[in-house]
Design a protein around this ligand. Structure first.
Ligand SMILES: Cc1ncc(COP(=O)(O)O)c(C=O)c1O
Length: 370
C-alpha cells in the first residue's frame, strides 16, 4: 500500500470525482488554433454582460490597499447585506464563493457516521463537501428532474445533519414553490440544517419561485446561501454569503478561514449590490435570452427542462457527447451533464443575443451532420 495515496485517503474521498468546470475559452482556442475572441462560452452560468462598471471602479479604488489584509469580518458588505435582506448583522456569513459556505456547513456539521441528504441531479458540490469530511451522501431519486421533497424528507434518519436543496437547481433549472418549501420545512427535524441554495434567486421573475429569506424567522434550522457569481457578474472574485440563525452563523465563523474573502471582492460586491440598474439589466437580458433559446430549440424540434435560472438543460434526443464535441468544433462551449446522470442533455447558459444566435446556428449544423 506504500505510495498508494488514493488508498490512504478517506473512503468517501476515494469515491469522489473531481468537480469538472466548463471548458476555458483559452484552452479551446489553443486546441483549435483560433482567436479566443471568436469563441462563445455558454458553459458556466456566468453573466454575459460582464461585470458592473461600478464594481470595476470599486476594485480600482481598492487596489492601493493590496498590501493589507482584508477586513476579516467583511463589515461593510455584511452591513449592506443585512440591510437588504432584512436580517441582523450576526446572521450573515461571507464565503469565498457560495461553495465556501457549503463547505463550512459540511465541516461544521458533518463527519463520519453522519449523513447529508440531497437530490439526484443536484449541484455537484454537495457530494464533494459531504464525502470530503467522511460523511455519507444520501441521494434521493429526482421527480420529473426536480427535487422530490417528500421523498427527501423520508430519507432523513437519525444520522442526518444536513439537507441540501437548490432552488432553482443546477443543472436542471427545476424549482419548487413556497407551499412545497413550507411543508418541507415544517416536517424536517430541528436538528437537521436545511441548506437552501439560492445561487440563481436574483433571476426570479416574480412567479412561483419563493424567497427563502421569508422563511428564516420561522425556521431556525434554515440557512439560505447566495452568491455574487451569477446575476451580480463577479464569478472570478469568489464571493458568496449565507443568511441563517445567528447561532448557525457563529458556528460557521469558527471554521472559516480568517480572511476567506479578499478585499477586491469585498469592495466589488458592495458596489454591485448598490448597482440596481445592472441587476435589472441582467434580469431583462436573461428573460429575453431564455425566450430566444426556447424559440430556437422549438424550431429544431428539441425539448428542454423548464428553467428558472440563467441556463437551460436541452434534451438533444441522443447521446449528447458527440453534439458537445461538434459544438466545440464550431467554437461554442456548452456543458455536458452526463456526470449528473443526464447523458442526453446539454446545459446551456443564456448568453447575449448574438451569442445565443451563434449557439443556435451551430447546433443546427451539428445536428444536421448527424
Ligand atoms: C446551485 C449552485 N450553488 C452554488 C454554486 C457556487 O457558486 P459560487 O461558489 O461561485 O458562489 C453554483 C455555481 O455554479 C451553483 O450552480
Amino acid at each position: 500500500m506504500s505510495g498508494d495515496f488514493l488508498a490512504l485517503a478517506l473512503p468517501g474521498v476515494q469515491q469522489l470525482s473531481p468537480y469538472v468546470p466548463g471548458k476555458p475559452v483559452d484552452e479551446l482556442a489553443r486546441e483549435l488554433g483560433i482567436n479566443p475572441d471568436t469563441i462563445v462560452k455558454l458553459a458556466s452560468n456566468e453573466n454575459p454582460l460582464g461585470p458592473s462598471p461600478k464594481a470595476l471602479a470599486a476594485i480600482g479604488d481598492a487596489l492601493a490597499e493590496l498590501t493589507r489584509y482584508p477586513d476579516g469580518n467583511g463589515f461593510a458588505l455584511k452591513t449592506l447585506l443585512a440591510e437588504q435582506c432584512g436580517v441582523e448583522l450576526d446572521q450573515v456569513t461571507l464565503g469565498n464563493g457560495s461553495n465556501d459556505i457549503l463547505e463550512l456547513v459540511a465541516r461544521a456539521y458533518l463527519g463520519p457516521g453522519l449523513n447529508a441528504v440531497f437530490s439526484e441531479h443536484a449541484f455537484a458540490v454537495y457530494p464533494i463537501v459531504t464525502q470530503a469530511v467522511g460523511a455519507q451522501a444520501r441521494v434521493v431519486p429526482a421527480k420529473a428532474w426536480g427535487h422530490d421533497l417528500p421523498a427527501m424528507l423520508a430519507a432523513i434518519d437519525e444520522s442526518t445533519r444536513v439537507v441540501f436543496i437548490a432552488n432553482p437547481n443546477n443543472p436542471t433549472g427545476t424549482w419548487f414553490d413556497a407551499n412545497a418549501l413550507n411543508e418541507f420545512l415544517q416536517d424536517v427535524p430541528q436538528r437537521v440544517l436545511v441548506v437552501l441554495d439560492e445561487a440563481y434567486i436574483e433571476y426570479a421573475d416574480g412567479g412561483d419561485l419563493p424567497d427563502g429569506l421569508e422563511f428564516l424567522s420561522a425556521y431556525p434550522n434554515l440557512l439560505v446561501s447566495r452568491t455574487f457569481s451569477k446575476a451580480y457578474g463577479l464569478a472570478a472574485l469568489r464571493v458568496g454569503y449565507s443568511l441563517s440563525a445567528a447561532g448557525v452563523a457563529d458556528v460557521l465563523n469558527r471554521v472559516r478561514q480568517p480572511f476567506n474573502v479578499n478585499s477586491l471582492a469585498l469592495a466589488a460586491a458592495c458596489a454591485a449590490l448598490r448597482d440596481v440598474e445592472y441587476l435589472a439589466q441582467s434580469r431583462r437580458l436573461n428573460q429575453a435570452g431564455m425566450q430566444q433559446l426556447q424559440d430556437g430549440f422549438q424550431a429544431l424540434g428539441l425539448s428542454w427542462i423548464a428553467s428558472k435560472g440563467n441556463f437551460i438543460a436541452l434534451d438533444v434526443g441522443q447521446d449528447a457527447a458527440p453534439v458537445y464535441h461538434g459544438l466545440l468544433q464550431e467554437g461554442v462551449i456548452v456543458r455536458p451533464v452526463a456526470n449528473y446522470g443526464m447523458p442526453n442533455h446539454l446545459r446551456i447558459t443564456v448568453g447575449l443575443p448574438a451569442e445565443n444566435t451563434r449557439l443556435l446556428e451551430a447546433l443546427t449544423r451539428v445536428l444536421a451532420r448527424g
